[in-house]
Design a protein around this ligand. Structure first.
Ligand SMILES: [Zn+2]
Length: 282
């Protein structure tokens, strides 16, 4: 059983017009083909014809039991910045189950003092804050602002907020491992470490990096979560990568779904492939 804790309903092929419903249809197909029972959808830090507003995503797929929606924050833009009041309403109504910050892309560092309101809201409502860490691909983004070591500042200043480092801080894997090892309130997803499918050579390289992290952390399974970054990444190739990490059965189950189920409060009794009496223990 698998929970993919990091997918998008953006249309990255901008040559072709696609609605949220079209992309969601492809997502459900990919999930079914790969036996992924639940996915966490992260909305973007910007709204364009190819990147839907969180309200559009909620209206289209908000009631689907296969999905959890996490709201991407737009913070440094001149217009259409995220309205905190509206965000809090969506969180309190249980429609949005987490916050996603995009440092570097949205031109602020992770430890920017102006983000305090988001961390306070997350603590008050007990929702996780997901943070893009590491490589931004986009040339217009400032990668230093997304360095995983900056997450430590936030983890220490807000010990009652659960933080998720997306992408393991790629390529600063050991910096991310240090932040995880030191802070019980920091989690990470293994998503987005390639684009498309892994080549054999790059898969070997990346497995080595992630195994080093796991070795350094000792017990990684309480804090790491399976995620892909679909549709930027092929689900099948990513599951093969995950399986190649050679984890023990308990560790593997925690990373595959238990930790995510607990963090995002996903009702696992509704997922296919779950034994009815199993509760999250991670
Ligand atoms: Zn992503």
């Amino acid at each position: 059983m698998l929970i993919d804790c990091h997918v998008h309903l953006n249309n990255y092929d901008e040559e072709r017009e696609r609605s949220v419903r079209d992309v969601a249809h492809d997502l459900f197909e990919a999930m079914a083909a790969n036996e992924v029972g639940h996915a966490v959808v992260l909305t973007s830090y910007k709204v364009t014809p190819h990147r839907p507003h969180v309200e559009t995503v909620l209206e289209t797929v908000g009631d689907d039991p296969r999905l959890t929606v996490v709201e991407g924050i737009r913070w440094r833009a001149d217009r259409e910045r995220t309205d905190l009041f509206n965000l809090e309403e969506r969180v309190r109504a249980g429609r949005v189950k987490g916050i996603k910050l995009y440092p570097g892309y949205d031109r602020y560092p992770i430890n920017d003092p102006s983000l305090e309101s988001f961390f306070r809201l997350a603590a008050k409502c007990d929702i996780p804050v997901m943070i893009h860490t590491g490589d931004t691909y986009a040339k217009g983004a400032k990668v230093r602002q997304a360095h995983p070591l900056l997450v430590d500042d936030v983890a220490v200043d807000f010990p009652d907020v659960k933080l998720v480092m997306c992408h393991l801080g790629n390529p600063w894997f050991l910096d991310a491992a240090q932040v995880l090892y030191k802070n019980d309130n920091v989690f990470a997803d293994i998503s987005g470490l390639t684009l498309g499918d892994f080549s054999a050579e790059f898969e070997r390289y990346t497995l080595q990096r992630v195994r080093e992290m796991i070795h350094y952390m000792g017990d990684p399974s309480r804090q790491l979560m399976f995620g892909t970054d679909w549709p930027l990444v092929g689900m099948k190739s990513y599951i093969k990568f995950f399986q190649s990490l050679e984890l023990g059965p308990e560790e593997r189950d925690n990373i595959a779904w238990r930790t995510a189920a607990q963090l995002f409060k996903i009702d696992v009794t509704r997922l296919p492939g779950t034994p009815p009496l199993t509760q999250p223990t991670a």
